[in-house]
Design a protein around this ligand. Structure first.
Ligand code: PMP
Length: 386
């Protein structure tokens, strides 16, 4: 053998206990951690099929939908975005993308890779879209699909969704929504709001480990998928086949890929925790967590990036970088207090800090600890500002 055994792998594994208060992932509960350490199941085992069926019920609950085509994809949140574009768009189709931060930019990039005609509808960072603006674009552009983000984590902006679905359908357009950083924490009524496809990474307000994306397609979206004239370009995202493995159509479960039983079991438990707590209570604890954080941040003298509180995403609070060195603040919070705080992302890099309150971390004790850590880190970082 030419390559020797790596010395580093002979050392014991060490994982520090960090408090993950950036834009996700968040910490998961001991119950979820325990669940993922259970024996591995095979992807064609009856017991795993049963767990997958239970997950589907949990997804329908948190999305508030009765859609048959509801499942989890074996990949992080980006996979949801890819699945939307690859299943619903064919070459030349026009897609309207709401861009008010990084995620709209990324969705535009992805849609272009599927040879769609991308039209961008932009809003200032820190702001969201009104029904009037959306209607103008639907009227003038006649897109096949509108893509919009409910919780824009790169800026901390919340997008109200009520009314957009019916508007889209009046103009014969499908509505796709990214709810990665919002579902579980804020109200989301997929069927009532006529949303055609929604997806979420599970590592934020849902309290599961990263690595899975939940997704659901309305009957209208499902029809579009089955009436395509060109094949879905990526086999891994192909809902016609993946939907069978998840028993969404006809009770056959052919092999599509090897699902990760440990992650699925973790997701099953996190959805069970939300079910036991009640979705409304789960949302309420996020609201209270946000209020506690906001009050503490105000007391420390931070300025909020999103002025209008009605536009603030409660899971990711963004504050302006001004009289402190943000890198030093982040470093001190991590090195001294084991607290992860996120800097800006994409267009907001260097301009804001982002503090997440999600899932297991949405509790008064953790938030209090984090505020104390922030106080110390802020004082420390001010000494670096010249
Ligand atoms: N959409 C939003 C709003 C996000 O915040 C993120 C990242 N956390 C993603 C999509 C992509 O998710 P992931 O990093 O899990 O692929």
């Amino acid at each position: 053998m030419d390559i020797p055994a790596p010395e580093i792998l002979k050392k014991p594994l060490e994982i520090p206990n960090k408090i993950l208060m950036g834009a996700g992932p968040a910490n998961v509960s001991p119950r979820v951690l325990h669940a993922i350490s259970k024996p591995i199941l095979g992807h064609m085992n009856q017991e795993l099929f049963q767990i997958m069926d239970e997950i589907k019920e949990g997804i329908k609950y948190v999305f508030q939908t009765r859609n048959d085509l509801t499942l989890a994809i074996s990949a992080s949140g980006h996979a949801g975005m890819e699945a939307v574009m690859s299943n619903l768009l064919e070459p030349g189709d026009k897609v309207l993308i709401a861009v008010n931060g990084l995620w709209g930019v990324r969705a535009s990039d992805m849609a272009g890779r599927y040879d769609a005609q991308v039209v961008k509808m932009t809003a200032n960072m820190g702001s969201n879209f009104t029904l009037r603006e959306i209607e103008y674009y639907l009227q003038t552009e006649s897109p096949k699909l509108l893509f919009i983000v409910q919780g824009e984590t790169s800026t901390g902006v919340y997008q109200p969704l009520e009314g957009i679905g019916s508007l889209c359908h009046r103009y014969n357009c499908l509505l796709a929504v990214d709810v990665v950083a919002s579902v579980g924490a804020v109200e989301f009524l997929m069927d009532r709001w006529e949303i055609d496809v929604a997806y979420a990474g599970v590592q934020k307000a849902l309290g599961a480990p990263p690595g899975l994306t939940i997704i659901s397609f309305s009957p209208r979206a499902q029809k579009v998928i089955f009436e395509r004239t060109t094949p879905i370009k990526v086999y891994y995202w192909d809902m016609k086949i993946l939907g069978q493995q998840w028993n969404c159509y006809n009770n056959v479960r052919p092999y599509h890929h090897t699902t990760c039983s440990a992650l699925l079991v973790g997701l099953r438990e996190s959805l069970a925790i939300i079910t036991e707590a009640g979705l409304k209570n789960w949302q309420q604890k996020h609201k209270e967590g946000y209020k506690q954080l906001k009050k503490g941040l105000e007391k420390l003298g931070f300025e909020f990036f999103v002025d209008d509180e009605s536009k603030r995403l409660i899971t990711v609070t963004s504050v302006v970088v001004k009289d402190f060195d943000w890198k030093e603040l982040v470093k001190c919070a991590m090195n001294k207090h084991n607290v992860e705080i996120a800097g800006g992302l994409g267009p907001t890099a260097g301009k804001i800090l982002r503090i997440g309150v999600m899932g297991y971390n949405a509790n008064p004790y953790t938030i209090d600890y984090v505020l104390n850590a922030l106080k110390d880190a802020l004082n420390h970082s001010r000494t670096y500002k010249t």
